[in-house]
Design a protein around this ligand. Sequence first.
Ligand SMILES: [Zn+2]
Length: 122
Amino acid sequence: MESATPETTKAAPTTCTVSHNVIVDAHVRAEFPRTWIDHMTYDAAVKGWREATPEEIGEKLEDKCKDFEEFLRDHRSQDVVSLEVVYERATLCSRCHERWEPAIDDETGETFCARCGATLAK
Ligand SMILES: [Zn+2]
């Protein structure tokens, strides 16, 4: 005799809430003086930065990052470089702490977490 298998996997009886705007990571971003980019793109692409594509500006910034790391070692430049902490935020499930991805139960119409199956508390 075969054992009965449920036709669908039901959401776990556990509940969860949605945690908005949770800091999930942090990075430092350096903003170079605009004149550095003007100079770089003018020299290298033989056109002003307004005509340069984002890809071209990106390439020049990659080069400038290497230069910047070198001049940090001798720190004689008077140019101002501002540093900023950039927070990465996300909406998370309070139970599994994964990014919130809602799913709807076809029968009950209840919302549950697609990752851990916890039903969204009302
Ligand atoms: Zn979850």
